[in-house]
Design a protein around this ligand. Structure first.
Ligand SMILES: NC(=O)c1ccc[n+]([C@@H]2O[C@H](COP(=O)([O-])OP(=O)(O)OC[C@H]3O[C@@H](n4cnc5c(N)ncnc54)[C@H](O)[C@@H]3O)[C@@H](O)[C@H]2O)c1
Ligand SMILES: O=C(O)C(=O)C[C@]1(C(=O)O)C=C[C@@H](O)C=C1
Length: 301
């Protein structure tokens, strides 16, 4: 059974994309939206992000049968506590947070007695804010649903069907496992990008203008990732601390091996490593994990 009234809390990149995708794929659903920032609410009204963008969170969630929390992971508990008194009986609350175990724990604490079925659409860009979202963001991308122990199967199925309707490929996963997988596939790459761009800009012998002027290829790709939202990523690293630190340790060890190979002139080791990683890139492309970002030639509706 599809949802009749979807409330989106947090109207940035993800919230804006969810609202747009609901309009595109579930035209019978009414959308409401709320953001803690009055300027974002105003802009959301101007661009028609949701059918109704009231001044209070109470009005946004009243009567909703699905509430999608699209706020930074560090703000999930505050957003959850704010909606609790206004939720309709039978409502399902979900979220789009990039880390899952700590968010699930925080939401369970502030939403006692409410069905919370967390999810993570593994789709995004380095942009943020209400203008950044687009309806095709989730098309052909994975959405990982992490039902808590004892979750109602029918409710889990409804949340999965919601994300499928928005174009995603959906799988369920244990929240802790999700956090370990995403630590290496998403969180660590962002940390590396933030580091390398910071390192380049700190080099005394290379001027800022040279960094900008000669940033082509590899470095340029890192600068895109390193332009990602500081609030969002601060919260991701603080909330998924254990898994990120574990993956960072492994990464440091592997980096040291490469460092040794370069020092010793071990070309075979470098060649074998680069051959293995090239195969991974090809597998990703063969799996159809193509990119839905507008600058990759997709529709921006
Ligand atoms: N950006 C990505 O690539 C991406 C991808 C997948 C999941 N996510 C997750 O989606 C969530 C939102 O990220 P985003 O990229 O849309 O960020 P964003 O900065 O574009 O939007 C977040 C919005 O939440 C609002 N907000 C903050 N606290 C609030 C509160 N208590 N109540 C209501 N509104 C509040 C902010 O004002 C802001 O407009 C995060 O949890 C993030 O981890 C992001
Ligand atoms: O493509 C990007 O810009 C992203 O960083 C998107 C990305 C990712 O790492 O893949 C970032 C965070 C999310 O939670 C999900 C997706």
């Amino acid at each position: 059974m599809s949802f009749a009234r979807v409330a989106v809390i947090g109207l940035g990149l993800l919230g804006g994309s969810v609202a747009r995708a609901v309009h595109a794929h579930l035209p019978d659903a009414m959308t409401t939206g709320f953001d803690a920032d009055p300027a974002v609410r105003e802009r959301a009204r101007e661009i028609g992000l949701a059918n109704f963008v009231p001044e209070t969170v109470a009005e946004a969630v009243t009567g909703a049968d699905l509430v999608v929390l699209c706020v930074p992971v560090g703000a999930m508990a505050t957003a959850g506590a704010a909606i609790l008194p206004h939720l309709a009986p039978g409502v399902i609350v979900t979220d789009v947070g990039s880390s899952k175990a700590s968010v699930a724990k925080a939401l369970a604490e502030v939403l006692p007695g409410i069905s919370v079925i967390p999810a993570h659409p593994v789709a995004g860009t380095e942009q943020s804010g209400p203008d950044a979202g687009f309806a095709a963001l989730f098309r052909n991308r994975w959405c990982i649903v992490t039902p808590p122990a004892g979750a109602d199967e029918a409710e889990v199925a409804r949340v999965m069907a919601f994300w499928e309707a928005l174009g995603a490929r959906v799988e369920t996963m244990d929240a802790e496992h999700h956090d370990r997988v995403l630590a290496v596939t998403s969180h660590l790459p962002h940390l590396i990008a933030y580091t390398i761009v910071g390192t380049a800009s700190d080099l005394e012998e290379v001027t800022q203008s040279e960094v900008i002027k000669y940033s082509a290829g590899g470095f340029r790709d890192f600068t895109r990732i390193a332009a990602s939202d500081p609030t969002m990523w601060r919260d991701v690293f603080l909330s998924n601390r254990e898994a990120v630190l574990e993956m960072l340790q492994r990464f440091s060890e592997d980096l040291t091996e490469l460092q040794k190979a370069i020092r010793k002139g071990d070309g075979a080791m470098l060649f074998d490593t680069f051959t293995r990683t090239r195969a991974i890139r090809r597998s990703i492309i063969e799996m159809g994990q193509d990119d839905a970002r507008p600058d990759f030639g997709r529709s921006h509706t």
